[in-house]
Design a protein around this ligand. Structure first.
Ligand code: SAM
Length: 280
């Protein structure tokens, strides 16, 4: 991201997309979010009574299992830039009967919390949306207590392939200009990169894992549900509205040919990375 103005514009665009997908975000096609959240909670293992920050909480996929793990004496703070996503999180927490989650509309790069406050800071599938990933991690480490854990997840290169590659090609054929290099959701490019990011924020005892969070979707229409209810929807906004149907058919006709007897495999290969703030 070249300049602060570009960064703010990027954040605004990301917020706009999540504002519009919020009500459809928790749908069966994208159930990898809660699957991953359970695994991330295990990866961090918060003790009952802990204070935890869930950055880019979205609809609360991670905040909810964390709140269950820390119990009534503990507290989870979930922050997000999108008020509509936070409204979903609030409804989901209420459905689960949880009253130890606090939600705040806040930018992940500028936290309004005091230093050394949280036992754990986590972020699932959110770091790569931030213009200044290194700056954000420094900020997350600032609010972490010495000895506390910071953990995040991100997508591997194979995630959503081969459908994603065809989707991107189809978008281009319909006049969408994509930036060079990996798309935003894949800008964390390796386990080594995860480690570098954590080390750059002063974290130690770094551990990484890779896990497949994917599954078979019923068919190509379920894949379209995944596109329409995640950040992928942002690209569709750049397509002439009159041509959207044509694009959808061109893409899904190809995706239908990838189905097997089990359905349509959706790869969600995911990296998990964690580090500990050194005790002072
Ligand atoms: C793919 S969703 C992940 C949500 C949740 N962590 C999960 O696993 O389901 C990404 C979230 O990041 C949020 N987000 C993006 N940029 C942000 C920023 N600058 N500050 C706070 N939240 C942000 C979006 O609004 C969205 O809710």
């Amino acid at each position: 991201m070249s300049a602060p103005a570009d960064a703010e514009q990027h954040k605004q665009a990301v917020r706009d997309v999540f504002e519009s997908v919020a009500t459809g975000y928790d749908n069966p096609a994208t159930r990898f979010f809660p699957f991953c959240a359970e695994r991330l909670t295990d990866f961090v293992r918060p003790r009952p009574g802990s204070r935890v920050l869930d950055v880019a909480t979205g609809s609360g996929a991670v905040a909810i299992p964390l709140a269950q793990a820390v119990g009534p004496q503990g507290r989870v703070h979930g922050i997000d830039i999108s008020a509509a996503m936070l409204a979903q999180a609030e409804a989901n927490a209420r459905k689960m009967g949880l009253n130890n989650i606090d939600l705040h509309e806040m930018d992940a790069e500028r936290l309004d919390f005091k230093a050394d406050h949280f036992h754990h800071v986590v972020c699932s599938y959110g770091l790569f949306f931030l213009p200044d990933m290194a700056g954000a991690l420094n900020e997350w480490a600032r609010v972490l207590r010495p000895g506390g854990t910071l953990a995040f997840t991100c997508f591997e290169e194979s995630a959503f392939e081969p459908m994603l590659e065809h989707f991107l090609q189809t978008l281009q054929a319909f006049g969408v200009t994509l930036p060079p290099g990996p798309i935003g959701a894949k800008r964390i490019t390796s386990l080594h990169h995860c480690r570098e990011l954590l080390a750059g924020a002063g974290l130690e005892q770094i551990q990484t894992q890779v896990a497949q969070m994917g599954y078979h979707l019923a068919d190509e229409n379920a894949w379209w549900e995944a596109i329409a209810n995640t950040a992928m929807q942002g690209w569709l906004r750049q397509v002439e509205p009159a041509r959207l149907d044509e694009l959808r058919r061109a893409h899904l006709d190809h995706v239908a040919s990838l189905k097997t007897a089990d359905g349509l495999w959706m790869d969600v290969q995911t990296r998990f990375a964690r580090g500990v703030k050194p005790a002072t």
